[in-house]
Design a protein around this ligand. Structure first.
Ligand SMILES: Nc1ncnc2c1ncn2[C@@H]1O[C@H](COP(=O)(O)OP(=O)(O)O)[C@@H](O)[C@H]1O
Ligand SMILES: [Mg+2]
Length: 243
């Protein structure tokens, strides 16, 4: 699904924040990304989501080296990735509904289906009554939920979430973890950057740990494979119903 080969990144003339990172995430895996503030978690998520280019090394996604892709195939790869940015990155001139609908509009989904899926998901994350607001009218926690809804609405093949529960109450965090778990069971590969020890304990998955430019994988006991044998990637409304 993703592999990094000797990837390095520096901003401007600063020293490298990664010193030759290597890892492979297979399709259908679920990883946490941990490490102290400033370790480079957000940078790693940006590299994996192709919103940042490495300064050295190679990144392969879906089996091909990214540098060899033309613009059109990069666009098609990006459409398979759902991203929750740490700073949300919502489009502030659009309503909450339109922000969440965007990935479906890009895929030319019929508007009746868009309406149903977006409304159901926004209801589910507790924002049914905020659908016609603009993002800046919402609290940080509410904007974070919009950003999560936008990332998962199109049932991405890969979900990259950067501290997605950073602004949320424990109760809603738990509810979202159940949703991520369900997406994973239905075939989505998931990487969650988080500091939230409680979530890591209650929903155990392997951990990629970043510190001082070095990435290590925490060896943990084996995890039960709860994935469904089929990989339907159906619409989000079915996913929510199964919870
Ligand atoms: N756009 C940028 N320009 C310059 N330095 C940056 C930029 N983004 C991040 N950094 C630096 O890179 C390091 C890693 O940052 P980041 O990836 O945000 O870490 P984390 O998410 O683990 O807190 C930090 O020292 C940060 O200051
Ligand atoms: Mg960060």
């Amino acid at each position: 699904m993703i592999s990094f080969e000797e990837v390095g990144l520096r901003y401007g003339t600063q020293p490298e924040i990664f010193s030759g990172v290597n890892f492979t995430l297979s399709q259908g895996s679920f990883y946490y990304l941990s490490g102290p503030s400033g370790a480079g978690k957000t940078s790693l998520i940006k590299l994996s989501s192709l919103t940042q280019r490495p300064t050295r090394g190679f990144i392969r996604m879906f089996g091909q080296v990214i540098e060899h892709h033309d613009r059109k195939s990069l666009t098609s790869i990006r459409q398979k990735i759902g991203i929750v940015f740490q700073d949300f990155r919502l489009l502030n001139h659009l309503s909450v509904f339109e922000n969440v609908a965007l990935p479906l509009r890009i895929k030319n989904i019929a508007s009746s289906s868009i309406r149903q899926n977006v409304e159901e998901l926004l209801d589910w994350v507790g924002l049914g009554n905020r659908m016609h607001y603009q993002p800046l009218m919402l609290s940080g926690g509410e904007q974070q939920r919009v950003s999560i809804a936008r990332a998962i609405i199109a049932q991405p093949h890969l979900l990259l979430a950067d501290e997605p529960t950073g602004n949320l109450d424990p109760e809603i965090s738990e509810k979202l973890l159940k949703l991520f778990t369900q997406l994973h069971r239905m075939g989505t590969t998931i990487v969650i950057a988080t500091h939230n020890e409680h979530i890591i304990k209650t929903h155990p998955h392997p951990i990629l740990h970043l510190d001082n430019g070095i990435l290590t994988e925490r060896i943990l006991p084996t995890f039960p494979d709860l994935r469904l044998k089929t990989s339907p990637l159906s619409d989000i409304s079915d996913t929510i119903k199964n919870l």
